[in-house]
Design a protein around this ligand. Sequence first.
Ligand code: GTP
Length: 295
Amino acid sequence: MKIKIISGFLGAGKTTCVKNVIKKAGGDIAVIVNEFGDVGIDAELVSKGDAVDMVELPSGCICCTLANDLVSAVKEIKTKYNPKRLVIEPSGLAVPSGILEALEPIKEEYGLEFEGIIGIIDADSFLANIHSGLFGDFYTDQLANSDIILINKIDLVNENTVKAIEEELAKHNQHAILLQTVNCETDLPDIIREHGADYLHLHFYHDFDSLAITSDKAFNSNQLEEILKEMKAGKYGNIYRAKGIYKTPDGGAAKMDYVQGNYGFEKFPETNESKLIFIGKEFDRKALEQRLDVL
Ligand SMILES: Nc1nc2c(ncn2[C@@H]2O[C@H](COP(=O)(O)OP(=O)(O)OP(=O)(O)O)[C@@H](O)[C@H]2O)c(=O)[nH]1
């Protein structure tokens, strides 16, 4: 079973990349997702429209507190489904360096082959994030441990920015293959690693906070857009990422995505309940709940 890890900061494009990998594989593939926060949106996004065996790990660090859950999930997938490929999508706040380390002890017994770690960066916010220092070593650890780095969302930046990103990346990782992408579209090179544990495995403190909302309530996309505009203007404090799948007043469903000021809405096939999540640092949860009318 070949294992691919797809890592990257909040909103960089991991789920988009996982969906591409599933499509290209054309079947015989399983996925493990691990989200930050208490609502499972990625699992719904990944499984919608694609028949794929899937295990969802709860919020937490996949390589530390959840290492046992991760190992159990991999064992379960191997024994129950035995797919040719397994993709692991750690949360945007996970440090991926420990994942293969956690799996190394069962590598032989379960016939695991580790492919290269893919790191995705959001070309639009990368330079500002790295220069702000706000996300510290934890942000750069994701880069240092990647074998392939997708410079994603190049549709949002110009060539000079891409060049500056490549120069910055070279400071953190000199061995990775760099690929420029839109919607993570690319032919990922096949790389098989001999060892799972030759990583820099550090643990970082980070003080991200989340507000997760699960409700029967329908949300109006225009009203949500107004709230996202307010968020962008800083009204609720530092919110970097928001996403949701929610019921709409016409009985349908929609999907919302917000990544550091860029946002978009799409129709979604259907949903049983509305699920929204907001991730940031020291933001005003109460004001946001009041504004969303979910208190
Ligand atoms: N403009 C643009 N938007 C993109 C591109 N790739 C992904 N997106 C959008 O960015 C948003 C976040 O993408 P995801 O794939 O959900 O990102 P993620 O890394 O899984 O996000 P988390 O769930 O926070 O970890 C979505 O609205 C995507 O449609 C791209 O190349 N260009």
